[in-house]
Design a protein around this ligand. Structure first.
Ligand SMILES: Nc1ncnc2c1ncn2[C@@H]1O[C@H](COP(=O)(O)OP(=O)(O)OP(=O)(O)O)[C@@H](O)[C@H]1O
Ligand SMILES: O=P(O)(O)OC[C@H]1O[C@H](OP(=O)(O)OP(=O)(O)O)[C@H](O)[C@@H]1O
Ligand SMILES: [Mg+2]
Length: 285
């Protein structure tokens, strides 16, 4: 039987979360340190540990079938490669920034300016779409220092918390794109491995759904049930079970983890007590 070949980042920001999502999908990987290739014991899958920036080419050549990679890298180097799934981690933006004291009007301010970046295609395409032509300087790391050492007038790089920009006295002036980790697919994947991809995607979707949700249990007096239930959008409708104490019920439901904090005060006001919130491991619809 063929194995599906997945590329994940060898080391860096995506490595740990990529391995974790495979683990949450019940896929165990024999992971010797410093190995470049590993196999799963319980799923027909081979893992290749590669540099993030090299992955689009491996996908294009069909050396790997799928990959976990930053969407921003696909936009820069792999416009032809399709995305099977957004994975919800490593969220960031790719933005243009200028020194804080610069008075910024609009994107035409970049006309003829020197921009340092590791994302030349992304910048050129963005500026071209606005009819702006700049002078692009490609550098591979510590991009934010470029304006301070006189190498460039502006930069384009990843922004997350904004603290790297802040430390270098820069301000974000244009957000070109938002990105997160994605599951990307080689255009050359064969039919047999496509079926394995579908199995893997089924598992990933159950894991991602579960990560977004909480299992909530609470008690409420019977005369308040309707009011409490109206506040709880569940998978279908909540389970209601009688408590040993007469006149009270226990309500069980699944709720979006962010939604829970929005309704907690209202639930208490409506008469809910003993509220328990539990993690969900997998969620199959
Ligand atoms: N500060 C950040 N916050 C959130 N996500 C980020 C951040 N920086 C990078 N990322 C995301 O993680 C990906 C990997 O970033 P990382 O810095 O680990 O690797 P790299 O140096 O770009 O790649 P390589 O593996 O080729 O050395 C980026 O492509 C981006 O999608
Ligand atoms: O807005 P922030 O939260 O400060 O994050 C943005 C920074 O994170 C990334 O660098 P990283 O730490 O990955 O270092 P690198 O340049 O060595 O890749 C990116 O290149 C930015 O410099
Ligand atoms: Mg980085």
């Amino acid at each position: 039987m063929k194995k599906i070949r997945i590329a994940i980042q060898k080391s860096g920001r995506l490595n740990e979360d990529s391995l974790q999502i495979l683990k949450d999908c019940g896929i165990s990987i024999d992971n010797g340190k410093d190995q470049l290739k590993a196999c799963s014991r319980n799923f027909p899958l081979e893992v290749f540990y590669l540099r993030n920036g090299d992955i689009p080419q491996y996908l294009r050549d069909g050396v790997v079938d799928i990959a976990i990679i930053g969407e921003n890298v696909l936009i820069e180097k792999g416009g032809d490669i399709s995305i099977a799934e957004k994975l919800g981690f490593s969220k960031c933006k790719v933005s243009l920034a200028v020194p804080k004291p610069v008075k910024y009007k609009d994107v035409t301010d970049f006309e003829g300016k020197r921009i340092a970046t590791s994302y030349p295609n992304t910048v050129v395409n963005y500026l071209e779409s606005k009819g702006v032509k700049s002078d692009i300087h490609i550098i591979n790391g510590s991009v934010e220092i470029a304006p301070n050492i006189g190498l460039a007038d502006a930069i384009c790089d990843i922004v997350s918390s904004g603290s790297t920009l802040f430390k270098n006295n820069l301000k974000e002036v244009e957000v070109m794109l938002t990105s997160e980790a994605v599951l990307a697919v080689s255009p050359l994947i064969d039919t047999e491995r496509q079926l394995l991809l579908e199995k893997l995607q089924f598992r990933i979707q159950s894991v991602l759904r579960a990560r977004q949700s909480k299992y909530v249990l609470l008690n409420a007096p019977n005369d308040k049930l309707e009011e409490v239930i109206a506040l709880l959008p569940g998978m279908r409708s909540p389970t209601v079970l009688p408590l040993a104490e007469e006149g009270w019920s226990s309500i069980h439901t699944v709720i979006n983890k962010d939604k829970f904090w929005e309704v907690i005060d209202e639930l208490k006001k409506a008469g809910a007590e003993g509220i328990l919130v539990c993690p969900i491991e997998k969620m199959v619809l």
